[in-house]
Design a protein around this ligand. Sequence first.
Ligand code: SAM
Length: 325
Amino acid sequence: MQYAFMGIEELLARWGQGAQALALLSAAQELSGFLREERDVAAVAAFAGLTTGRAGDVLAALVAHDLAEEVAPGRFRIAPGLAAALADDAPGDLPARIAQATLLTRQTEAAVRTGVVTLSAEDALTVARANAFRPGDGARAVVTKIFEAVPEVAAAMAHGRMLDVGSGVGGFVLTAAGMLPDMRATTLEVVPEVAAVARSRARALGVDDRVDIRVQDARDFDSPDAYDIAFWAQPFFPLPARPATLAMIHRSLRTGGLLLLQQLDTAPAGRAELANFALRRMVAHAQGLPFARPMADLVAEAAPAGFSLIRELDEDFGRMALFSR
Ligand SMILES: C[S@@+](CC[C@H](N)C(=O)[O-])C[C@H]1O[C@@H](n2cnc3c(N)ncnc32)[C@H](O)[C@@H]1O
């Protein structure tokens, strides 16, 4: 986006509309579910508790933003893209992504005003949900791709013990445990409310006897030489916690054990994505997080802790690096 060529009035209109569109999407989530079936304005009005006039306005706004379609005069349905993203077997949690986008606007203000962004337990849960697979076929399809890309990871998880460091609501570890009947894992999550959701998901999936969900700071975990593979959600670990976390992972793995880590964001190649990148980096840095740390820096960070790089992966499901102890 070339903001330099727009006047301030045009910028304001554009950004204000973006904020309104996010509020529309956020507030219309239940309505979107109702619109999975074709409905007329009167039915939408009754569902939403609005007059037909106001329901018509909401539908017009949804259609204008490609969130709904007018399939026949006066008859509306959710847009196919939104329907797919809200489907029960979608790999991602769209409501959580929407909540995270709303959270980002609040965090942006805090970052500008104070330079410090702190997460409440509720915020941490929003972030954890937004960055996790939802259990289901979509998630299993992505995990299958990951296993194909790193077969040694699949083998270590299938028959060994896994340590999931910064497990959030357990998107990856619980999906994998559902696919690998002999897999055993320990998960470490510092926010109790987040770990509680992982626990109830583990019970619902019937893997709670094989996945030990711990509420603790990863740095304090002490179980030497016990694990074959570790997965570290490194983008969510603030700078001061990282050396002790890597040291813990090193002592927890057996010799030759594997460490897989993910890289969520990368610096944009062009000017076009820089505005979004700069905002998200500002918020991440105000939380003490290392935003978009380049792979080479991650490798340099892991080396002093005793890890050597096996290989880097840049696949459609994301960037990862595999190390051995
Ligand atoms: C967003 S989750 C990552 C997603 C997860 N890997 C999945 O597959 O669903 C990262 C989590 O790391 C947790 N975390 C950050 N620092 C931590 C620490 N020192 N010890 C334990 N957990 C930590 C955060 O609370 C957050 O919930």
